[in-house]
Design a protein around this ligand. Structure first.
Ligand SMILES: C[S@@+](CC[C@H](N)C(=O)[O-])C[C@H]1O[C@@H](n2cnc3c(N)ncnc32)[C@H](O)[C@@H]1O
Length: 221
């Protein structure tokens, strides 16, 4: 199905690009995650009723509306471009008309992702390459601090993952658990990487458990 047809089903308008006025910005332009990629993600990755999702750099909201519509989970989107944010709010009111039966909260905040105050219940973090590696580092550190303060299982989903992003996740105790290639990928970045938060302490315990198990099995009866 074409992008516009998918949009129409949700009552939104997310097709197109928006460049920043300043050329030398660390903030990337608006461009939505393709629906063919989201379809792949939704086939292989499920959000459940305990999840609370954040889309850092949510643009016109395609990912937020699509996840909310499919999984009925709370979702927050952060967007820093004022024009894009206006379009997002217009989308939200049209989407709400179509999705009156879904009661899960849908929040949008205008502002910088790196300044967003992560709620202690938020546990799934989505990013489609919104900004430079330097800003991403700040965002991941904020997530990490929130997880240390309020320990909980958490995952980061990257679409079109760049090398620098992967490095910062590894440095902040995130471990790659899944890689989903998009059908008819246009290049090697056209995929999702899913990272799970595994603090060092948990990994050591996991290793100890595995070793103990192996040792027990080798014991003569
Ligand atoms: C590539 S688009 C992704 C849009 C959406 N997440 C999706 O996948 O369909 C990146 C978005 O991040 C926004 N952005 C860039 N830097 C940002 C920042 N520091 N804080 C919040 N939003 C930002 C851009 O304006 C743009 O709308």
């Amino acid at each position: 199905m074409a992008e516009r047809q998918h949009d129409r089903l949700l009552g939104i308008d997310t097709v197109g690009l928006r460049e920043w006025r300043a050329k030398d910005t660390s903030y990337n332009r608006y461009e939505a995650t393709p629906y063919r990629a989201l379809e792949k993600l939704f086939r292989r990755y499920k959000f459940n009723s305990n999840d609370e999702v954040v889309d850092f750099g949510c643009g016109r909201g395609r990912v937020a509306f699509a996840i909310h519509h499919r999984f009925h989970v709370p979702i927050t989107g952060i967007e820093a471009n004022d024009k894009t944010f206006d379009e997002l709010l217009r989308n939200k009111s049209r989407y709400r008309e179509k999705a009156r039966h879904i009661s899960a909260p849908l929040r949008f905040e205008f502002g910088l992702a790196e300044h967003y105050n992560i709620r202690p219940t938020e546990n799934k973090f989505y990013l489609f390459n919104p900004f430079s590696g330097k800003i991403f580092k700040q965002v991941v550190e904020n997530i990490h601090n929130s997880l240390r303060k309020h320990p909980r299982p958490a995952e980061v989903i990257l679409y079109y993952p760049l090398e620098e992003y992967k490095t910062h996740l590894r440095k902040n105790s995130f471990v790659l658990i899944n890689k989903l290639r998009v059908p008819d990928a246009v290049d090697k970045y056209d995929k999702f990487l899913i990272y799970r938060y595994k603090p060092r302490r948990d990994r050591v315990q996991e290793k100890l458990r595995t070793n103990t198990k192996a040792h027990t099995i080798r014991q003569p009866i």
